[in-house]
Design a binder for this molecule. Structure first.
Ligand code: IDP
Ligand code: MG
Length: 139
């Protein structure tokens, strides 16, 4: 194991329900540290660029509309094994299938509006962090 950085997004459904503190608290309680963070709103074009890997999926247009529908809180989480640890704390993509105690189980609305995003591997973590943060914004 090693100290890693990963990108986390608190999605519009969770920001609108006032869950930023609740969700960041869960990351901190699990030993992850917030190394960068900001509230912003994606344009539809920026959302399409962020989710380009999914552009052939049937839910792509709806996903990008949703992700640009309101503010999101983006952060860099740092810690031992941060990428997989974050995925475990988030839970499965579909809140209905996510394990008890996970963020998506407790805070997600449905398979699309599932409260949080987290990078799925070292390469995506690097590119997703660079999508939102300059090096001097990361501590
Ligand atoms: P992940 O966020 O758990 O990595 P991905 O398969 O990468 O899941 O999907 C990216 C995002 O697209 C999901 O978090 C969710 O918001 C949305 N999504 C995934 N599958 C579906 C679906 O079947 N219907 C609607 N939206 C979906
Ligand atoms: Mg994914």
């Amino acid at each position: 194991m090693s100290v890693e950085k990963t990108l986390s997004i608190i999605k519009p459904d969770a920001v609108s329900r006032n869950l930023i503190g609740e969700i960041l608290g869960r990351f901190e309680a699990a030993g992850l540290r917030v190394a960068a963070g900001k509230l912003l709103r994606l344009t539809p074009e920026r959302a399409q660029a962020f989710y380009a890997v999914h552009k052939e999926r049937p839910f792509f247009a709806s996903l990008c509309a949703y992700m640009s529908s309101g503010p999101i809180f983006v952060s860099v989480l740092q810690g031992e094994n941060a990428i997989m640890k974050n995925r475990e704390i988030m839970g499965a993509t579909d809140p209905a299938k996510a394990a008890p105690g996970t963020i998506r189980k407790d805070c997600g609305k449905d398979v699309e509006q599932n409260a949080v995003h987290g990078s799925d591997g070292p390469e995506t973590a690097g590119s997703e962090i660079a999508f939102f943060f300059r090096p001097d914004e990361i501590f």
